[in-house]
Design a protein around this ligand. Structure first.
Ligand SMILES: [Ca+2]
Ligand SMILES: [Ca+2]
Length: 308
């Protein structure tokens, strides 16, 4: 292991993490007590491989891709209601958005054109949002948040703005202990699978995304009967089985979002909803989910104060 320069430098970073307080080391822009270079290196090293189910029509996207196509609507009760180009949330940031009353509130929401429901046909756009933090009892949790424009499986349950995630737990030496796979209501953090039980390709966990629902599973038999998954969990055999293989370390890559108190991407602190339609296709204010930092699973299994 130590003959490879990348792994050698990662091992040195991990040793530093164990031996020294963060203030004595590198940069900690998100104020979570972890060296940011270590966060970034670990997020890249363990970036999952996602297998999209045969017939998947609701493809991944990136937040910038969606925000460039959407408008943001002020929270209800604001008179008059206002609409603005949503790209302000991603490119300029919420500090500017706060100048408009009702934009930076939990009741604000995105309005998407229907054509955006497909997500991006270009895999180079597909982006994963990483969140690294200190685990309760020692070690580190690496969360990977996948972003799809639309949950497109069962009409009554579909909604715009589909955030899904898996959480990998590392021990204090940086070795993977296992991962939680978030599925529907079991998402804080989800179903636990020890590392020896979950499908992985080297250091990379394999994630089978439910067709349209995008819930996360490790093996074809793990899902409920109504979930449609890639029939294999071996990435090398997935294409032949009709599944698209998303190497999340490539394309748009893994973007470390930082923490709410010190975000590394502007959209992170926006508390609004990532779409408009929810149950039965109706426009409801709670129909679409909020972003990762406002979901119950955001800091699951974190040490006290791990996610400032
Ligand atoms: Ca940090
Ligand atoms: Ca962090």
């Amino acid at each position: 292991m130590t003959s490879h320069p990348t792994l050698r430098s990662l091992a040195a970073l991990l040793l530093l993490f164990v031996l020294c307080p963060v203030a004595a080391r590198g940069v900690d822009r998100d104020h979570d007590g972890l060296d940011d270079d270590l966060e970034d290196a670990l997020l890249q090293r363990y970036a999952p491989i996602v297998l999209l189910a045969p017939g998947e029509h609701a493809l991944p996207a990136s937040t910038d891709w969606l925000l460039a196509r959407a408008e943001v609507e002020t929270a209800p009760g604001r008179a008059p209601p206002r609409m603005m180009e949503a790209s302000i949330l991603g490119a300029v940031g919420v500090l500017v958005a706060r100048a408009v009353p009702g934009i930076d509130e939990p009741g604000a929401r995105l309005r998407l054109p229907r054509r955006a429901h497909t997500g991006s046909a270009d895999p180079s756009v597909w982006t994963v949002y990483g969140h690294a933090f200190r685990a309760d009892g020692g070690g580190i949790v690496l969360q990977y948040w996948f972003f799809y424009a639309f949950n497109d499986a069962f009409w009554a349950f579909d909604h715009e703005g589909d955030w899904e995630h898996v959480s990998l737990r590392l021990d204090a030496a940086g070795h993977p202990l296992g991962a939680w796979y978030a599925q529907h209501n079991a998402a804080a953090p989800g179903e636990w699978l020890p590392w020896g039980m979950l499908a992985h390709d080297g250091d990379r966990p394999v994630v089978l995304a439910g067709r349209g629902t995008h819930a996360s599973y490790s093996h074809p038999g793990q899902g409920p009967i109504w979930e449609r998954l890639c029939p294999v969990s071996d990435p090398a055999r997935a294409a032949a089985a009709g599944c698209r293989v998303w190497h999340t370390s490539e394309g748009g890559g893994v973007v470390n979002v930082g923490e709410r108190a010190a975000p590394r991407v502007p959209f992170l602190t926006w508390p609004g909803r990532w779409g408009t339609t929810g149950w039965f296709g109706l426009a409801r204010h709670a129909g679409s989910p909020p972003g990762p930092a406002f979901q119950r699973g955001w800091c699951s299994d974190g040490a006290p104060g791990a996610c400032p």
